[in-house]
Design a protein around this ligand. Structure first.
Ligand SMILES: C[S@@+](CC[C@H](N)C(=O)[O-])C[C@H]1O[C@@H](n2cnc3c(N)ncnc32)[C@H](O)[C@@H]1O
Length: 273
């Protein structure tokens, strides 16, 4: 395989391209990661340099290649029952919610789907097959295709309670040894959609709970605040916004109250119930 060198100017252009598309500014220190991921596409397309590749993906006819480049540059690490405190918190909350309408939840950067499926297991524990759905979205089409299949290596479920693994997942056999499959009745409860959080949101409804975990860390402070303000328009009064443990909204003047580290509640606006 040919290894293509990237100039500093080309690196900056790749960084700017990805920032314009995703809102995330990659550090130039990630040069080897960026090249490692894109080099394979230059080879596949027989393109000689990054400059040419950038020109190629900017052409409307090559939108699919552009999406592939975006997919390759996103960081998608995730697993089932990640950051258990959030699920424990919701477990307590849902116990007192049981009689009411099941909450509307959006997992807004769901990667390959482990987060919304963990949430759907928790929802099922409390609300069973009553009418409820979880919206799960991501920028990466590649991740969404994986999520839609609902097949995962068992190693991604190390943190998942054993009882949930048995109840909600099928164990793979033969070729699928070492894999799990999400049960059909649970898969039906999650709707996957491609949504770019850096663009106007194609949503009309509001949610009781929005998960926005482990994606803000890549946004600069301005883009971060802009995104939170947009998301707030889709969060009901007293609804919850849940961020990753290493993320915070410190220094922003927002109608949100921290009720636990990384769990925020929206203030009820005038005229809202
Ligand atoms: C590290 S994963 C987090 C997955 C999951 N929320 C968790 O905490 O385990 C970050 C995800 O954010 C997605 N992402 C990055 N920029 C985005 C954008 N502008 N709009 C939507 N999703 C984005 C990436 O594709 C990636 O799947």
């Amino acid at each position: 395989m040919q290894h293509h060198r990237i100039t500093d100017a080309e690196l900056e252009q790749v960084i700017r391209f990805f920032q314009a598309e995703s809102g995330i500014r990659l550090s130039s220190q990630k040069k080897s990661l960026i090249c490692g991921r894109l080099n394979i596409r230059l080879n596949a397309l027989n393109i000689d340099c990054y400059q040419q590749y950038l020109t190629f993906i900017r052409q409307p006819a090559h939108a699919a290649e552009k999406q592939l480049a975006i997919d390759l540059l996103t960081t998608n690490e995730t697993y089932f029952y990640r950051e258990p405190k959030h699920f424990e918190f919701l477990d307590r909350l849902f116990t007192s919610w049981r009689e009411g309408r099941p909450p509307a939840i959006w997992s807004a950067a769901c990667s390959s789907g482990e987060e919304p499926f963990t949430l759907s297991m928790l929802m099922y524990e409390h609300f069973e097959s009553r009418p409820w759905k979880i919206l799960a979205s991501d920028l990466s089409q590649r991740m969404l295709s994986t999520a839609e299949k609902g097949i995962y290596p068992l190693t991604r479920a190390k943190e998942l309670p054993e009882a949930w693994l048995k109840k909600y997942c099928l164990k793979g056999q033969g070729d699928y040894d070492g894999y799990l499959k999400i049960q059909g009745f649970l898969q039906e409860k999650v709707d996957f959609r491609q949504i770019n959080l850096s663009r106007p949101l194609p949503l009309e409804n509001a949610f009781d709970i929005i998960f926005l975990r482990n994606v803000l860390i890549y946004f600069d402070p301005e883009a971060k605040e802009r995104l939170i303000r947009t998301l707030l328009q889709h969060l009901k009064g007293s609804g919850l916004l849940i961020l990753g443990h290493s993320e915070s909204l410190n220094g922003m003047n927002l109608p949100l109250k921290a009720i636990q580290p990384s769990i925020y509640q929206k203030a009820i606006q005038h005229g809202e119930h």
